[in-house]
Design a protein around this ligand. Structure first.
Ligand code: PBE
Length: 304
C-alpha cells in the first residue's frame, strides 16, 4: 500500500510539472507578440547624469508615461550597449544625438517625438571666459572663427574611434583639413606649419567625454598648440563643472554648449559670467535612438 502511494505521488508530481511546463511554454509569446517594453527589457540606455539629454529623458518619461528604467552610464557605455544589441539583433533604445559617429557605423533612427520632449534642432556653441578677448586676443579670435559641418566633425570623430587616441586623431584631422583650419587662424599662421616653441601662454579647455566634445576640443587644442604655439590643457570634467569652471575663470573656452535647449539650465546659471561666441556647429539634435531594424517609430510606441 505504502509503495503504491509513493508511486502515485511521484506520478502526480511528474504530471504537475509536465502540465506546468506546458502551460509555461504556451504563455511565452513569440518575439512578434512581445510588447515593445519587453523587447527593450524595460530599459532606456542613458549616459552621464549631468548631460542635458538625461534631463530631457526625464521629461520624456513623464510626458509619454514611460514605465522604463533609465540606465546611467557614459557615451562609451551607451555605444557599447548599442554594439552588443546590434551584434545579436536585439532591441535597444538609447539616449542618442547627432553629431555622433554611431550614425556612420550603424543603421540607426531617431524615434519620433511628437510632444517635443527633446526640443528641436539646435546649435553647438563656443563659450569663453570673460576677459579672454583682452588677455589672449589670438586665442579669442581662433575660438570665434572655429566652425565646421557634419561631414567635417564626422570625419574627426571617426578618426578618433579608429586611432584610439584623441590627440593623435586631431593632429591627423588638422593635417588633412588645412584649408578649413586656415579659415579659422589669425593672420600670420599657416595650418601647414607646426611649431616647436610653445611660449605664447597657457590655455585650458574644459570638456565632457562626449564623442563630439572630444573631437571639438582636441582639434582646437591641436590648432592652439601645434600651430599657434600655446601650452594647452584639455580637462575632461562633468557637464556642471564645465560651465562652473568656465564662469570661475578656471578654463578659457568650451566648445560643447548645446543651445538654446539642451544646456539651457547650465547656461542660465552662468550667462553673465561667460561670453557666448555663437555656433561652431548647426543642426545638432538629441532624442531617443534605436537600430533601424526595430519596428517601432515613435516614442509613443514604447508603451505599446
Ligand atoms: N550630449 C552631447 C550632451 C551635449 C553634447 C547631447 C550628450 C548633453 O546631452 O548634454
Amino acid at each position: 500500500m505504502r509503495l503504491r502511494k509513493v508511486l502515485l505521488l511521484v506520478v502526480a508530481m511528474v504530471l504537475v510539472f509536465a502540465v506546468a511546463g506546458c502551460a509555461n511554454n504556451a504563455e511565452t509569446p513569440d518575439a512578434g507578440e512581445q510588447s515593445a517594453k519587453d523587447q527593450f527589457k524595460g530599459k532606456i540606455i542613458g549616459i552621464d547624469p549631468g548631460a542635458g539629454i538625461m534631463q530631457a529623458t526625464d521629461v520624456a518619461v513623464e510626458q509619454y508615461e514611460l514605465d522604463y528604467e533609465v540606465i546611467e552610464g557614459s557615451d562609451a557605455t551607451m555605444a557599447a550597449a548599442l554594439k552588443q544589441a546590434i551584434d545579436t539583433q536585439e532591441w535597444v533604445v538609447v539616449t542618442g544625438w547627432t553629431p555622433h559617429w554611431k550614425f556612420a557605423r550603424w543603421d540607426l533612427k531617431f524615434l519620433d517625438d511628437p510632444k517635443k520632449a527633446y526640443g528641436e534642432a539646435e546649435t553647438i556653441n563656443t563659450i569663453v571666459r570673460l576677459g579672454l578677448k583682452e588677455d589672449m586676443p589670438e586665442v579669442y579670435e581662433v575660438c570665434d572663427n572655429f566652425k565646421w559641418d557634419g561631414k567635417q566633425i564626422g570625419a574627426a570623430m571617426a578618426l578618433a574611434e579608429e586611432v584610439g587616441n584623441d590627440e593623435e586623431a586631431a593632429r591627423q584631422w588638422v593635417e588633412e583639413n588645412q584649408e578649413l583650419v586656415n579659415s579659422w587662424l589669425p593672420d600670420g599662421y599657416d595650418a601647414a606649419q607646426t611649431t616647436t616653441t610653445f611660449d605664447k601662454g597657457q590655455v585650458t579647455l574644459l570638456y565632457v567625454e562626449w564623442a563630439c566634445a572630444r573631437a571639438e576640443t582636441h582639434v582646437m587644442a591641436d590648432v592652439l598648440h601645434n600651430i599657434m604655439g600655446y601650452k594647452v590643457d584639455t580637462l575632461p570634467v562633468g557637464a556642471g563643472a564645465m560651465y562652473e569652471g568656465l564662469a570661475a575663470g578656471e578654463g578659457d573656452a568650451i566648445f560643447t554648449a548645446w543651445l538654446p535647449i539642451t544646456h539651457a539650465d547650465y547656461m542660465a546659471a552662468v550667462k553673465d559670467k561667460v561670453e557666448d561666441l555663437g555656433p561652431n556647429f548647426e543642426d545638432a539634435r538629441i532624442g531617443l535612438v534605436v537600430p533601424s531594424y526595430v519596428t517601432i517609430d515613435s516614442i509613443e510606441d514604447l508603451m505599446k
